[in-house]
Design a protein around this ligand. Structure first.
Ligand SMILES: *Cc1c(COP(=O)(O)O)cnc(C)c1O
Ligand SMILES: [Zn+2]
Length: 435
């Protein structure tokens, strides 16, 4: 099977060997993507093969990413793959959430069930594999979020040295804690995100470091399998809509590419529409989508939202994401901090739970059904991107009614469930529980 890297810019489309260490097109600076020749198997053969692997005890078959390896055939030797049994995440029905979102039915594809608690694992298993196949010993990213937690885990599991660069005085402790535990060397630099990125790019060549930032095309390949797994779980019934949060827009790019490829391969006969939801304080892609001129994204200087996983002002993958949303006949919406917080609590009440960025999906669905953009009887899959335990402070503050959005704006605990303090008195407790 032939595999190459290709520049996505239509006027360039330059191709490069899959084994070259590249992050952008050397000719025009455009984003790169992996491209492949036709698979050897037919669509029915692939469906059968991927389903049968669910009963296998082989490590790669137990991975919800490598189970679909014919769909991401960039490796020539699977000894390079690193798996923590990522993917294999459930599709969950949630009637209360459906009602709240104005739908007859909604299904959550919960990527928070991954080994480090977010969909970043679907991509990182591939990024780490590519680093090993390239013979790199060290990998790095600039992140304090789920990317660093995931990279640390996969690098350490694969015998690589993980290095995390973080901006000075800008630490999200919950996720950073995972990175420390998984053995990442963590370097705090007295500079902002963009300055550090430039610095690390320069150091990468000099020190033999492979970068696993958001534009890494192999991470995108891994994240494609979220759509393949979702469709396999639905016996290849295509939903009307796939709803997901948008930050750097890697996931939007991955879902769009994956779905188009599945259609080209004959596994599905139509595309679901992609609905990307952003937070109001970090919505440059939403603004681009609504703009007359879509040739240029205006970065948000000082993005703000409590949903830190989508607090991105200058999303690197926007050209890919814009193409994919348009190609799918999709849309982009934005939601407030209050809407995210309430939707999150509703998802919690379903016994499911997720991190704030993930809840933007249900908040967006509620807005899109109210506007008539999504019909109540639509078949909707919403992707919950991260685990409920990623951000416990947010939850505690919401339920106690003390959560503050940026700008010191109070978030109302509309679905608050605060703990009750009682004296050591059986009768008082009995009264309380029967009221
Ligand atoms: C990374 C992340 C996002 C944003 O995904 P992009 O690919 O950057 O758009 C959303 N939710 C969670 C939990 C994440 O970790
Ligand atoms: Zn190019």
């Amino acid at each position: 099977m032939s595999a190459e890297l290709a520049c996505i810019e239509r006027r360039c489309r330059a191709r490069f060997p899959i084994t070259e260490v590249l992050y952008n097109c050397p000719k025009c600076g455009g984003l790169l993507e992996a491209v492949y020749g036709k698979p050897a198997q037919s669509a029915p053969e692939l469906k059968k093969l991927w389903r049968e692997r669910r009963t296998s005890n082989a490590a790669l078959d137990q991975s919800g990413v490598w189970r679909f390896r014919e769909f991401i055939p960039f490796l020539d030797d699977y000894a390079h793959a690193v798996t923590l049994r990522e993917g294999c995440t459930p599709l969950l029905d949630a009637p209360q959430a459906a009602r709240y979102g104005g739908l007859d039915r909604v299904t959550f594809k919960h990527q928070g069930f991954n080994p480090t608690g977010s969909f970043k694992d679907n991509g990182m298993t591939c990024g780490a594999a590519q680093a090993r196949r390239l013979g790199m010993r060290r990998v790095a990213c600039v992140s304090t979020g789920n990317t660093s937690a995931s990279m640390a885990a996969y690098a350490s599991a694969g015998g690589l040295d993980p290095i995390i660069f973080i901006p000075h005085g800008n630490i999200a402790f919950g996720k950073l804690a995972q990175a420390l535990e998984y053995g990442a060397r963590t370097i705090q630099v007295e500079a902002n995100f963009d300055q550090i990125l430039a610095l690390v790019r320069g150091l990468a060549d000099r020190l033999g470091i492979y970068l696993l930032n958001s534009i890494n095309p192999f991470r995108i390949e891994g994240q494609k399998t979220i759509m393949a797994e979702m469709l396999d779980q639905r016996d290849w019934r295509v939903p009307d809509w796939v709803v997901l949060p948008g930050g750097n827009l890697g996931n939007t790019s991955a879902f769009g590419k994956g779905l188009r490829e599945l259609k080209e391969m004959g596994l599905i006969d139509r595309l679901p529409r992609l609905a990307v939801i952003q937070a109001e304080g970090a919505a440059p892609f939403h603004d681009l989508w609504r703009a007359k001129d879509r040739s240029h994204l205006n970065a948000v200087e000082d993005p703000h939202t409590l949903a830190t996983a989508i607090k991105i002002g200058d999303p690197v993958s926007w050209p890919k994401a814009l193409f994919e949303v348009a190609e799918s006949g999709g849309t982009v919406e934005k939601v407030s901090e209050q809407e995210i917080a309430d939707a999150k609590a509703v998802i919690g009440r379903c016994g499911i739970g997720c991190e704030p960025a993930s809840a933007a999906t249900l908040a967006g669905i509620r807005k899109l059904t109210a506007a008539g953009a999504i019909r109540a009887d639509s078949d909707v899959v919403a992707v919950l991107t991260g685990n409920v335990l990623k951000d416990p402070n947010y939850i505690h503050e919401y339920h106690l009614g003390v959560l503050k959005a940026p700008g010191d704006v109070a978030v109302m605990p509309n679905f608050g469930n605060p703990p009750v303090v009682v004296p050591n008195d059986a009768d008082r407790i009995a009264d309380l529980l029967s009221s």
